[in-house]
Design a protein around this ligand. Structure first.
Ligand SMILES: [Zn+2]
Length: 471
């Protein structure tokens, strides 16, 4: 039996020390031993789970796949393979993001949010998009974001794409190019994002958005209450949106009620429209902040409708923390996080995701799903709960996105794994796990993060023109 030594700080292709805490064999089959997996992400090991729903295990990687997974020493015939010893470290599947904005990412250095509010973000994005989002600009920022997500261990991403006027025809071809370039590393899905009012006020534009969504295998999106304001035509908008989606076979993924005002309830209109139109596709609603401010009576009625319509909710807790209830020189009281425990209890499929990264909607972020899960655990109290919240790392998102081979660990799947030094959830969430090892098809990738300086040339152009409108 040969044993692979585990040298510290192996060299990366860039000549810098890699962040990874160990190295795995560069070719051939190998055994990962003394590993622990959350059984909610590895159902075949459920019989071996401890009280923390973690199971000790051994994984044999061969031909880029998880050839075998079982309890320790389950596969004596593989005893001659090189060993990667995790010393009880946790193994996770690569992560899945269901709600991001790759086209907006990394513009913060050239266009900030003047006051840190949703309206401030909308105004700033409008100014930047109108003047600077040419294909090359969008391409370079998307590529940078994908490199960040990949290095952190993400294997699938859904992004919303601003689909306003001329921008739709600029950004979707770039997204298609990225999807092709990255297909062996990250599975990409795209959602057209536009105010749902367009379905009523500009039918020609609505049809052209649907055409480009269809061409690129995308998903029908929309904002139902931009700026916390529902149009009086909301029901007609939603009827047209669901009818278009049904006719063309689209799933639906909406930005919903990004406000703590309890009277903003476009989510109830969405559920009513989905039921009225007997929509059969998947429906995901993002944000849903106002659910957190409603009376119990209103919440229960609406949650019941969401469950009946088979709708899902994604919370974006880090962005909600940044934008909601912000005022000058005052401390936020209302945090605007969708009540995921209660929604799950009502039978609604729930999940979390990053949302924005380094743009006027969120000045921070790096598309690290482990950071999102760590923050969500603290913000939404995923701990002290019997629910399998560990599925928020990707299993729940993969189900919503219709992806197979993502979010779980099982024999016969690609060996797309994240190896950590953490032995318990407490250790996992106490540190950022910056030394994690990421395996893609069984091979260790370089987890060196791209340098922000690489994008500096995108910020050198003349500043955006003065604000033309404020909403
Ligand atoms: Zn969003």
């Amino acid at each position: 039996m040969s044993v692979t030594s585990i040298p510290a700080s192996p060299a990366s292709p860039h000549g810098n020390p890699s962040r990874s805490f160990l190295t795995v064999p560069k070719d051939g089959a190998y055994r990962v031993v003394n590993a622990r997996v959350p059984v909610d992400l590895a159902p075949s090991l459920v019989d071996y789970a401890g009280s923390d729903r973690m199971a000790p295990c051994e994984i044999v990687v061969d031909g880029g796949q998880i050839a075998l997974i079982g309890e320790p020493n389950a596969f004596p015939a593989t005893g001659d393979l090189p060993i990667v010893d995790l010393s009880d470290g946790i193994v996770l599947p690569r992560f899945v993001e269901v709600h991001t904005h790759l086209d907006k990412s990394h513009i913060w250095p050239r266009i900030q949010n003047d006051n840190g509010t949703v309206l401030g973000a909308r105004s700033a994005i409008l100014r930047d998009r109108e003047t600077r989002w040419v294909a090359e600009d969008v391409r370079q920022r998307m590529e940078f974001s994908l490199r960040c997500a990949y290095a952190h261990g993400t294997g699938a991403i859904r992004t919303h794409i601003d689909s306003y006027g001329k921008q739709t025809a600029i950004s979707f071809p770039v997204l298609a190019e990225m999807r092709e370039t990255w297909k062996d590393r990250i599975a990409l899905q795209a959602v057209a994002l536009f105010p749902t009012e367009v379905a009523v006020t500009d039918e020609a534009q609505f049809r052209s958005i649907a055409d480009i969504v269809e061409k690129h295998g995308g998903i029908m999106g929309g904002v139902t209450a931009p700026g916390g304001r529902m149009a009086p035509t909301i029901d007609l908008e939603l009827d047209r949106l669901f009818q278009m989606a049904a006719a063309r076979g689209f799933d639906v993924d909406l930005h919903v009620d990004e406000t703590t005002l309890p009277e903003v309830r476009s989510i109830e209109h969405i559920a009513d429209a989905a039921l009225r139109n007997r929509f059969k596709g998947r429906i995901l609603c993002g944000h849903c902040c106002s659910l957190s401010s409603m009376t119990d009576e209103d919440f229960k009625r609406i949650a019941g409708k969401l469950a009946e319509a088979g709708m899902a909710v994604v919370s974006l807790p880090m962005v909600n923390m940044y934008l909601q209830d912000r005022g000058t020189a005052r401390t936020p009281r209302l945090r605007g996080v969708a009540p995921l425990h209660e929604l799950a209890e009502a039978g609604v499929h729930v999940m979390v995701s990053s949302d924005n990264t380094r743009d006027p909607y969120y000045a921070y972020g790096d598309l690290d799903m482990l950071e999102v899960f760590r923050e969500a655990t603290r913000i939404l109290h995923f701990d002290h709960s019997d629910r399998p919240w560990i599925k928020m790392l990707g299993a729940a998102q993969a189900k919503q996105m219709g992806l197979t081979g993502h979010g779980h660990i099982a024999a016969g799947q690609p060996a797309d794994l994240v190896l950590t030094r953490a032995r318990t959830f407490e250790e996992l969430l106490s540190r950022p796990q910056s030394d994690r090892v990421v395996l893609v098809k069984g091979r260790q990738i370089d987890t060196t993060l791209p340098d922000f300086r690489e994008l500096d040339h995108l910020y050198a152009a003349a500043p955006a023109p003065p604000l033309a409108m404020t909403a």
